[in-house]
Design a binder for this molecule. Structure first.
Ligand code: 6CS
Length: 353
């Protein structure tokens, strides 16, 4: 967020505020109810997604626990622009809450690209859940990183295993040679896919379907629920399961807004965020299982490729150089966060056993 762009930013903020007053997710009233505090929450995904389930449950709990004094408006992806634009609006204070996936916000907070490293977290989603939910060293480090940019970190959670959609079978890094893979817009993802020989193409989420359809890219990577919900499977022939990484996202709020909340409201909000962690873990697991079945029902000719342990090892080997690249790109604070995460995962592994 540079300081030199104040005037355009104010104009954009005014436009966003006008849009915010007029638009809302279907099912919402387009005019804010009178006499209630309005909390606006923008997500990076469409209806029926994991983030949508999160935001709708957030709305339900906040409205209930505030005794109806707060009205939450949820903005689905596209309503207010791309992920980068949502982040900007949260920073400006035209939104109170937003989802921020490291694949995009990693441009602004480079350390967060640690969440994009392959083979860096546990293969047991329960272990990662525990580390993200309970490890104080990790959570307070994340809080510092968000604070430096004017945000308040609320939570981080996984939305499922990343799956490649490709136009051919991929079992080795050589199979990815020259394959144009769409990635999110954080620079580390270029290094991650280039280490496998692929040609990484950063694009906003909203442009992926047409890029696949027009053969501008050969593949992309996302969790199963997203591949179904965004219809990427319609324009792909193979679903490849390398289990190299999970899709992580974070929920955040405007720091000034959080600071100015009354102690009661802050406690209520913190409680809702804590309760959502368990809720969303079950939702993502269910969505990813159900949506795979749905896709196969709609398109039985989809080829499913599940990599063996031996095949995964070849990718793991190449991924290690990207960990070094991450430290080179981000510097000592990146190294520190990587070490904190590895230690948090190790501790959680012992606790989950
Ligand atoms: O690929 C993306 O850009 C997006 N994927 C998901 C599952 N959520 C948000 C993110 O922007």
């Amino acid at each position: 967020m540079t300081k030199t762009r104040t005037a355009p930013r104010l104009l954009l903020a005014a436009l966003a505020a006008a849009l915010l007053a007029l638009t809302a997710c279907p099912g919402e009233r387009s005019v804010y109810p009178k006499g209630k505090d309005i909390w606006r929450f923008a997500i990076e995904e469409t209806q029926g997604s994991v983030q949508h389930a999160y935001a709708m449950r957030f709305k339900e709990l906040i409205e209930e626990r505030s005794g109806g004094d707060i009205h939450v408006v949820v903005y689905t992806y596209g309503t207010l622009g791309t992920s980068d634009q949502i982040t900007e609006q949260l920073h400006n204070g035209t939104l109170e809450f937003a989802m921020a996936s490291p694949g995009h916000i990693g441009k602004l907070i480079p350390e967060l690209q640690v969440f994009l490293l392959h083979f860096a977290f546990s293969e047991d989603p329960q272990v990662n859940k525990r580390a993200l939910q309970h490890d104080e060293a990790l959570r307070s480090r994340l809080d510092d990183l968000y604070a430096r940019k004017g945000f308040k970190f609320l939570d981080a959670f996984a939305e499922g295993w990343m799956v490649w959609t490709t136009s051919k079978s991929v079992r080795t890094p050589e199979d990815l040679e020259g394959v144009k893979m769409r990635v999110m817009t954080s620079p580390l993802l270029l290094a991650a896919y280039e280490a496998y020989g692929a040609s990484a193409t950063p694009l906003p989420y909203s442009e992926v379907y047409s890029a696949l359809q027009l053969n501008m890219i050969d593949g992309q990577v996302n969790p199963i629920f997203a591949i179904e919900e965004m219809s990427f499977y319609e324009v792909t022939s193979h679903l490849v399961f390398p289990r190299h990484a999970q899709f992580f996202t974070t929920a955040m709020t405007n720091r000034g807004f959080y600071r100015d909340l009354s102690p009661d409201r802050r406690e209520m909000l913190d409680g809702v965020i804590t309760d959502l962690h368990d809720y969303i873990f079950d939702v993502q697991r269910r969505f990813n299982a159900e949506r795979l079945d749905e896709m196969l029902e709609n398109k039985p000719e989809l080829e499913i490729v599940r990599l063996t342990e031996e095949e995964r090892a070849a990718f793991r080997e190449r991924a290690k150089q990207v960990w070094d690249r991450y430290v080179e790109m981000v510097g000592p604070t990146g190294r520190e966060l990587l070490d904190i995460i590895r230690a948090a995962v190790e501790r959680a592994e012992e606790e989950v056993e």
